[in-house]
Design a protein around this ligand. Structure first.
Ligand SMILES: [Zn+2]
Length: 366
């Protein structure tokens, strides 16, 4: 396509003139070294021949851009599950926004299974497997790292892993053992490898995976999270690394000092953006070294909440390139009595640009 050739050509000029836009610490990764050679070969070919640049030139272009959308807690048992069984899609109002993105990510705040027994804890959520086609329709990956995925025991969690695999719906932050749970989900779009890591640090800790048993990834041992972030780039050849944390105190409007400090540590280790959830309310956003931290997205699909704060969530939209997050903004969702989200475009919420030192406010319909 002609426009594609022009983009590649401009990308080549920019690359040759300025080099890759990725910071030196990133480009030093051996994972990116092999991409440079075909790019230069393509430049050579461009100078000697009138033939179009071969497609192999594309992957390292700084013109590459991928859009990613994150939603908060998605609980598809109880009332949302009943709606799905009745043939009503609870995500329908946000479908246009979700579909406008290359990658659509959420936190699955329940277990999807038929087996297992409810644990002795205040709230336990188990969704019928009939929710999977609806989740698959709207999401490309779901975090399993939360305080409800183990509500019906290890067997039910393992059943969920099988069901999601059969449905072609990838999860992250959970697996058949600790190694799987801590491994990033790599989703590739437009030549960019996006690594998603999921962690929970809200008890019960019995949900955690160990060497031989299935479960979730725990973020209490910060060193392991830091190592996972480093390994995502070093071993899994990720261009972009985004940890999605299930953390914080419920219904607190501001992030704790612990969240603020740990988010910065993750960015120091190489995270391009930090996304959080669990408190059932939004908790503001920060910028650190030009990279966004959205502490809590709040609820997205979740019944039984009544206050304005707990029925208000953010949907996070981000544009990323090879060098990191270029721009981002949140969209406000208001949950109705069934826990179903509806866009509230007239309400301002955080947004920002790459390299900015402060968070702005944006509003408007998705
Ligand atoms: Zn939670």
């Amino acid at each position: 396509m002609a426009t594609g050739s022009i983009r590649v050509c401009l990308g080549l000029k920019a690359f040759i003139a300025a080099g890759p836009r990725r910071p030196a610490s990133h480009s030093a990764s051996p994972a990116h070294a092999p991409r440079i050679a075909p790019f230069l070969l393509a430049a050579f070919a461009w100078g000697l021949s009138p033939l179009p640049v071969p497609a192999i030139a594309a992957p390292a272009s700084p013109d590459r851009e991928v859009s990613i959308v994150f939603v908060g807690d998605v609980m598809v048992a109880e009332r949302p599950g009943e709606l799905i069984t009745a043939g009503i899609d609870p995500f329908r109002a946000f479908a246009p926004l979700l579909d406008a993105h290359d990658l659509r990510i959420g936190n699955l705040e329940c277990v999807v299974a038929t087996g297992g027994d409810a644990l002795a804890k205040p709230y336990t959520f188990r969704a019928d497997p009939n929710v999977l086609p609806v989740l698959k329709r709207h999401f490309d990956g779901l975090s399993l790292a939360n305080n409800h995925s183990g509500d019906f025991g290890k067997q039910a969690f393992a059943e969920q892993l099988d069901l999601m695999r059969s449905a072609g719906l990838p999860g992250f932050g959970g697996g058949r053992n600790a190694t799987e749970a801590h491994a990033p989900l790599i989703l590739e779009r437009d030549g960019l490898r996006i690594a998603l890591l999921g962690y929970v640090e809200f008890k019960p800790r019995s949900f955690e995976a160990d060497a031989t048993r299935p479960g979730v990834a725990w973020s209490g041992e910060d060193e392991q999270v830091i190592e996972d972030i480093v390994a995502a780039r070093r071993d899994h050849h990720a261009d972009i690394v985004i940890p999605y944390l299930h953390w914080g105190w419920e219904e607190e409007a501001q992030p704790s000092p612990r969240l603020r400090a740990f988010a910065r540590r993750m960015i120091d280790a190489g995270a391009d953006m930090v996304v959080g959830g669990h408190p059932h309310v939004t908790q503001g956003a920060d910028v650190y070294k030009g990279k966004p931290i959205i502490y809590s997205l709040g609820n997205f699909l979740f019944n039984s909440f009544e206050t304005e704060a707990t029925t208000t969530g953010w949907v996070l939209s981000a544009q990323v390139g090879p060098e990191g997050v270029r721009s981002w903004r949140t969209h406000v969702a208001r949950l109705d009595a069934d826990g179903v989200p509806w866009p509230a475009g007239s309400v301002a919420s955080p947004c920002g640009q790459a390299g900015a030192t402060t968070v702005n406010l944006c509003k408007g319909s998705p």
